[in-house]
Design a protein around this ligand. Structure first.
Ligand SMILES: NC(=O)c1ccc[n+]([C@@H]2O[C@H](COP(=O)([O-])OP(=O)(O)OC[C@H]3O[C@@H](n4cnc5c(N)ncnc54)[C@H](OP(=O)(O)O)[C@@H]3O)[C@@H](O)[C@H]2O)c1
Length: 255
C-alpha cells in the first residue's frame, strides 16, 4: 500500500519548474512528501512556487539553472545537494519549441531547441547521474519527451528531433546505469495547456487541431500526476528504459 507521503525523505530535482508542467510536477512531488529543488532561469517564479509549497509545510529550494550552460547545471545540482542532500529523483523537464518550416528554420532557432531539449537534458542527467553513482543509492530519472518523439508535429523539425533524442537517451542511460540501481524512464505527454502553447489554442489553427484530437480536448498539467508518481516511487522499481504515452490516445490515433 502506498502512503500519501510515500516520497518522505526523498530529494527531487525538477528542471523547468518555473512554469507549466514542471511547476505541477514539483507541487505533486512535494505533496507526496519529497523535498524539491526547483530549477530554471526565472528565479522570481521559482521563489513564488517555493512559497506555495512552504504554505503546506513542504520543503522547496529555488536554484537558478540554465540547461544550455553545463557549468550552470553543475553549480545548481551542487547547490541543491549541499542544501537538501543527494538527489534521489530527477525530473528532466526543461524544454522549448520553435515553429518553422524545415526549409527556413534558422541555425539560431535550431541550436536553441537542440541545446535546451537534447544537450541540456543530457548534461542534467549526467550531473545527477554522477551524484547517484557516487552515493550508491540508485535513484529515479524521469525524462519529459513528447508525442513528437515518435510522431511528426508539423513545422516543428528541431523540436521533433530533440524529443526523439530524449527518448533514445532514456533507453541508452537505462541500459548503462541500470547496474547502479538508477531507473531511467520517461513520459511522452500529449497536448497539455501550458505557457509553451496557451496562446495557440485560442487561434483558428489551434481550434482546428483540437477538433481533430481523439477526444477533442487538450489536458491540464495534473493529467500527468499519476504517471509522474509511478515513475518517482517504488511502483516503477522494475521499470527501466520505458517511455509512457500520456496523450489521451493521440499516438495510437495518429495525427
Ligand atoms: N505542454 C505540452 O503540451 C507538452 C507536450 C509534450 C511535451 N512537453 C514538454 O514538457 C516540458 C515542459 O513544457 P511546458 O509545456 O511546461 O512549457 P513551459 O510552460 O513553456 O515551461 C518550460 C520550462 O522550461 C524552462 N526552460 C526553458 N529554457 C530553459 C533553460 N535554458 N534552462 C532552464 N530551464 C529552461 C522554463 O524556465 P525558464 O524560462 O524560467 O528558464 C520553463 O520552466 C518541455 O520539455 C516540453 O517540451 C509539453
Amino acid at each position: 500500500m502506498i502512503s500519501p507521503n510515500f516520497l518522505d525523505g526523498k530529494h527531487a530535482l525538477v528542471t523547468g519548474a518555473s512554469s507549466g508542467l514542471g511547476w505541477q510536477f514539483a507541487l505533486t512531488l512535494a505533496r507526496a512528501g519529497a523535498k524539491v529543488s526547483l530549477a530554471a532561469r526565472s528565479t522570481d517564479k521559482l521563489e513564488e512556487l517555493a512559497r506555495e509549497i512552504e504554505a503546506f509545510d513542504g520543503r522547496a529550494l529555488p536554484v537558478r539553472m540554465d540547461v544550455t550552460d553545463v557549468a550552470s547545471i553543475q553549480d545548481a545540482v551542487s547547490a541543491a545537494e549541499t542544501e537538501l542532500g543527494p538527489v534521489n529523483i530527477l525530473v528532466n523537464n526543461s524544454g522549448i519549441s520553435a515553429l518553422s518550416p524545415s526549409e527556413s528554420i534558422s541555425e539560431e532557432d535550431f541550436d536553441a531547441v537542440m541545446n535546451t531539449n537534447a544537450k541540456g537534458a543530457f548534461f542534467v542527467a549526467q550531473a545527477v547521474g554522477q551524484s547517484m553513482i557516487k552515493h550508491g543509492q540508485g535513484g529515479k530519472m524521469i525524462n519529459i519527451a513528447s508525442v513528437a518523439s515518435k510522431r511528426v508535429l508539423k513545422n516543428n523539425i528541431a523540436y521533433c528531433m530533440s524529443k526523439a533524442a530524449v527518448a533514445h537517451m532514456t533507453a541508452a542511460l537505462a541500459e548503462e546505469w541500470g547496474k547502479y540501481k538508477i531507473n531511467v524512464n520517461g513520459i511522452n505527454p500529449g497536448y497539455i495547456v501550458t505557457g509553451i502553447n496557451r496562446d495557440y489554442w485560442e487561434t483558428d489553427h489551434g481550434k482546428k487541431l483540437i477538433a481533430k484530437l481523439p477526444r477533442r480536448r487538450v489536458g491540464e498539467p495534473d493529467a500527468l500526476d499519476g504517471t509522474l508518481l509511478l515513475l518517482a516511487g517504488p511502483g516503477s522499481d522494475f521499470m527501466n528504459g520505458s517511455m509512457i504515452e500520456v496523450d489521451d490516445g493521440l499516438t495510437v490515433k495518429g495525427f
